[in-house]
Design a protein around this ligand. Structure first.
Ligand SMILES: *Cc1c(COP(=O)(O)O)cnc(C)c1O
Length: 220
């Protein structure tokens, strides 16, 4: 199937309240333009350099999301245009995003990444630190950042009960925080292999790459 067929089929399965981030990392501009042709406007990348290049090359009404781990020293390159940063996992990073946002006269939307998976390799904050950042007066005083929700990645496992439980834990935590903090509206969870489970467990934003664009080739 073609990219446009893949994306149309995927969209037809999604509840209206779930936002699709088309994850275009490693994929060429032509592939993105094909998805764009179906009306898709939100794209996600995980590397700063690739994100900046694609921003420069492609239509300016695309909303670019940085979905992967972000190093503090690279914030300045994406601050002029990035629409949402999904994986904020430290105060230090949040402060740098604030600084660069203010330099660009912008307010940058951010999600805090919460670690829900078993695997050691996954980035993210624990529940206590996430809560502390959201409730911190220092953070509330950062005028260049807007924390609009949470992001999480489940364990890469075929055990659906485990994956569902991890998503459920994150949603429960999100709902609890959102009652105190009404600016928290976005729960980013679910990728190609697990977005159906994520939606069942309350995801409002899924990040889907290979289901749309086909598998990635990392040998380059
Ligand atoms: C690559 C990536 C995705 C998309 O993965 P697929 O399995 O191709 O859908 C989602 N989220 C993050 C953080 C990623 O790095």
């Amino acid at each position: 199937m073609s990219i446009s067929e893949n994306i149309n089929q995927l969209k037809s399965q999604l509840p209206e309240e779930v936002t699709l981030v088309a994850v275009s990392k490693t994929k060429p501009n032509e592939a993105i333009l094909e998805a764009y042709g179906t009306g898709q406007r939100i794209f996600g990348e995980n590397k700063v350099q690739e994100l900046v290049q694609k921003y420069e090359d492609l239509p300016k009404d695309i909303e670019w999301h940085l979905i992967g781990h972000l190093q503090t020293n690279k914030v300045k390159y994406i601050a002029p245009f990035v629409k949402l940063i999904h994986a904020v996992d430290s105060m230090k990073l949040l402060k740098e995003i604030n600084k660069q946002a203010l330099k660009n006269n912008r307010v940058i939307n951010c999600l805090l990444q919460v670690k829900i998976a078993e695997e050691e390799s996954k980035f993210g904050l624990n529940i206590t630190d996430t809560e502390a950042i959201i409730n911190s007066n220092k953070v509330k005083g950062l005028e260049g950042v807007n924390i609009v929700g949470l992001m999480g990645m489940a364990t890469n496992s075929s055990n659906e009960n485990q994956v569902s439980d991890e998503f459920k834990t994150l949603n429960t935590f999100f709902q609890q925080l959102a009652t105190q903090n009404p600016q928290l509206t976005t729960l980013s969870m679910g990728m190609s292999g697990d977005f159906k489970l994520a939606i069942q467990e309350g995801s409002t934003m899924i990040r889907v790459g290979s289901t749309i664009f086909g598998s990635r080739n990392y040998t380059k």
